[in-house]
Design a binder for this molecule. Structure first.
Ligand SMILES: *Cc1c(COP(=O)(O)O)cnc(C)c1O
Length: 385
């Protein structure tokens, strides 16, 4: 029986069209795009095409998009660069539910002398906008708020957060890795200054991403060297990766409306059926005003998520107990903690994340197996009520 992959918030399969676009750049077209000779320099055309494809997905201009190695690097450049622009502004304000690529970078910068303030979220995982407002001031260099959370799927109020940053003269950065390619996002209407995205979260290859930097903002580079990307990001162009990212962006835009509608229908159906068939199950952030179409975390009261994951895995169904980065560490999710979910419940949380390739049959199979697995575990669980 075919595997059911429901861990698309961790990474996604490479789309067949993306693979096809990449292959020539791994086979015959191996030149260095920065070369003088045409064998290499002709690839600049493919790279600029990809830049246009990414820009269109964001509503940005081509010259505002720079290629990086992924979401982690883009987040690092955003924060590390922002605190270098103005010596009188060394403050970073972010939220308690950010990805470690933001939170750990902010903590590292705090150790280097920056001021770090962290705004909370409510029980639905939504940003506490008043707590954010109270933390932003004339010393703030950057406000960094993720577009959508990787565990709960909750979509954050970016326009309001950007407004607060701009009122104080600070930059506004968003880690949009979970949003880009999955739900529409427009950098201009949301007043975003800097944005991070990653190809492998929307059917592109791993190890490639981009940073959007609004025209006019001089964000210092993290990597110095050969002056690629107008000096914003040195390093030999990853032509196969860039072409793959471009194609993935084009496909995401083409399918966006359909995918959002289909994933939302499938996810809502999934939630409804799981809640009906598994007593003691509830959806995290169920009452959040906006959520991603295809991501949901469900808590199965009285059951260890790892036991469920193992039994699902044995039947070829792949889900997650939260973010891949905290799995294995035994620490409960910092996201659920920030939402006030207690430790035991947090250890009963499972994340299911869909993609445009998820089928009705896969959802059917998952619901059926889940109800059997949960019932079986509940019978032997010492915590079950
Ligand atoms: C996956 C992820 C990242 C890291 O992106 P990489 O390209 O894997 O480095 C950053 N932020 C969020 C919200 C993510 O989901």
């Amino acid at each position: 029986m075919n595997a059911v992959y429901l861990d698309n918030a961790a990474t996604t399969r490479v789309a067949p069209e993306v693979l096809e676009a990449i292959l020539p750049f791994l086979k015959e077209q191996f030149g260095n795009p920065s070369s003088f000779h045409s064998f290499g320099s002709s690839h600049m055309e493919a790279i600029e095409k990809a830049r246009g494809q990414v820009a269109r997905l964001l509503g940005a201009k081509c010259e505002e998009v720079y290629f990086t190695s992924g979401g982690t690097e883009s987040d690092n450049q955003a924060l590390r660069g922002a605190v270098k622009i103005d010596p009188s502004r060394k403050g970073i304000v972010t939220s308690a539910v950010e990805h470690p690529a933001v939170l750990e970078t902010a903590r590292a910068l705090e150790k280097e002398g920056c001021k770090l303030d962290i705004a909370g979220v409510n029980e639905n995982g939504e940003l506490d906008i008043e707590s954010l407002r109270a933390l932003v001031n004339k010393q703030t260099a950057v406000v960094s708020i993720m577009a959508a959370n990787n565990e709960t799927g909750v979509i954050m109020p970016l326009k309001e957060a950007a407004g607060i940053a701009h009122e104080a003269g600070a930059l506004f950065h968003t880690d949009a890795v979970q949003m880009v390619g999955k739900s529409p996002i427009d950098v201009h209407s949301l007043s975003i200054d800097i944005l991070s995205l990653s190809a492998h979260k929307f059917h592109g290859p791993k190890g490639i991403g981009a940073i959007y930097i609004k025209k006019g903002i001089e964000l210092p580079p993290m990597l110095t060297g050969g002056h690629q990307e107008k000096g914003a990001r040195s390093g030999t162009y990853n032509a196969p990766g860039i072409v793959g990212l471009g194609k993935a962006a084009e496909l995401a835009l083409t399918h966006l409306k359909d995918t959002v509608a289909r994933e939302r229908t499938l996810r809502e159906e999934f939630e409804k059926r799981v809640l009906e068939s598994c007593p003691g199950a509830f959806v995290v952030a169920e009452n959040a005003s906006r959520r991603l179409p295809g991501t949901v975390t469900i808590i199965f009261k009285g059951i260890e998520s790892e036991a469920v994951l193992t039994l699902l895995d044995m039947q070829g169904i792949y889900a997650s107990s939260g973010s891949a980065c905290s799995t294995g560490s035994k620490n409960p999710s910092h996201v659920l903690y920030a939402m006030g979910v207690d430790y035991t419940l947090a250890n009963s949380a499972l994340r299911f994340s869909l993609s445009r390739y998820t089928t009705d049959e896969e959802i059917d199979r998952t619901v059926e197996l889940l109800s059997r697995v949960v019932e079986r575990l509940r019978r032997i669980s010492p915590y079950a009520e």
